[in-house]
Design a protein around this ligand. Structure first.
Ligand code: NAD
Length: 292
């Protein structure tokens, strides 16, 4: 089945990015939200991003032409004719299952359902529908228009045909797809999360200061940013949540939250978004490392 029309659920950080790259790749896109104001906010971000691409000369056509391929809606029925549905609503299993169960009888039978979840089991979501063989994970990275990777996740029920269509779709979006299976964390978080948690443990054990550990990994390994800078970017609350899901899946210490991460989250210090995490961002251009 050829994918022509893309449905995106949620117009937040990730949904708006997925809608944008789909439209930039020439697909018609319909984005579903719970309220018009979330669509307005998401589309205004998309328009700004398209203008930046145009300014840099990296857009093949006029921003208005890309924008014209995108529609927003608050009605489930408007997704009926979509060939693929990519869900990017909040990271909550009950909400996601409810959404899939509501859309399953509406969206045409041949359509593929894909979730952008970072940590929830795709298998647990697919059972909310009567199309488990047409269900995959498509895990994009933030910011979607700039990050080249998409993890294409297959469950034990995904059909070969659907998996290959989803993989090819990832390529058509200009991404580099990688194949992975439905194990919590997929490839990237499976490797990244223990590394980030080990950096916190190293700090707790007095191996180095926060800026020294950051500089060591930046300059010694060529990473674009150190682990504490990255943790503050991702959000400590988000990381803490992921540690729970991953520890629950594998029961291994390397996925367990170090005490300091929990303390920072309990204090409401979530990183950049709350103004304070491993660094203090009172002056955002000059973050000051914490001493804990
Ligand atoms: N933020 C990241 O860096 C990142 C990276 C990869 C994957 N993800 C995953 O992407 C998903 C979305 O994350 P986000 O950061 O974009 O969240 P977000 O909070 O920015 O956006 C979620 C949007 O979904 C909407 N929504 C909630 N319930 C809905 C419903 N029933 N129908 C339609 N819309 C609904 C909300 O109004 C909100 O606009 C999550 O599953 C998350 O794990 C996030």
């Amino acid at each position: 089945m050829e994918i022509r029309h893309v449905g995106v659920l949620g117009c937040g950080l990730m949904g708006s990015g997925i809608a944008q790259v789909s439209a930039m790749a020439g697909f018609d896109v319909t984005v579903l939200e719970v309220e018009q104001r979330f669509l307005d906010k998401g589309f205004s971000g998309i328009e700004k991003s398209l203008a930046k691409f145009a300014e840099k000369g990296t857009l093949k056509e006029k921003p208005e032409a890309v924008r014209a391929r995108m529609k927003g809606t608050t009605r489930n029925q408007d997704l009926a004719g979509c060939d693929i549905i990519i869900e990017a609503i909040i990271e909550n299993l009950a909400d996601k299952r409810k959404m899939y169960a509501a859309l399953d009888p509406i969206v045409k039978k041949e359509a593929i359902f894909a979730s952008n979840t970072s940590s929830i089991s795709v298998t647990e979501m697919m059972t909310a529908t009567k199309r488990p063989e047409r269900f995959v994970g498509l895990h994009f990275f933030n910011p979607v228009p700039l990050m080249k990777l998409v993890e294409v996740v297959r469950t034990i029920a995904t059909s070969d045909e659907v998996y290959e269509s989803a993989y090819e779709f990832g390529k058509k979006l200009g991404k580099v797809p990688v194949r992975t299976s439905d194990k919590t964390g997929f490839i990237v978080n499976r490797l990244l999360v223990p590394y980030l948690l080990d950096a916190i443990r190293a700090y707790e054990e007095g191996v180095g200061s926060i800026p020294d550990i950051d500089n060591a990994m930046k300059l010694g390994c060529g990473y674009p940013m150190g682990p504490f800078t990255l943790l503050d970017f991702v959000g400590l609350d988000t990381t803490y949540y992921i540690t729970h899901v991953m520890y629950d899946e594998f029961k291994e210490r390397r996925f367990a939250s170090p005490p300091l991460l929990k303390r920072l989250v309990m204090a409401g210090w979530y990183g950049r978004k709350s103004g304070r995490g491993f660094y203090d961002y009172a002056d955002p251009g000059n973050p000051v490392p914490g001493k804990f």
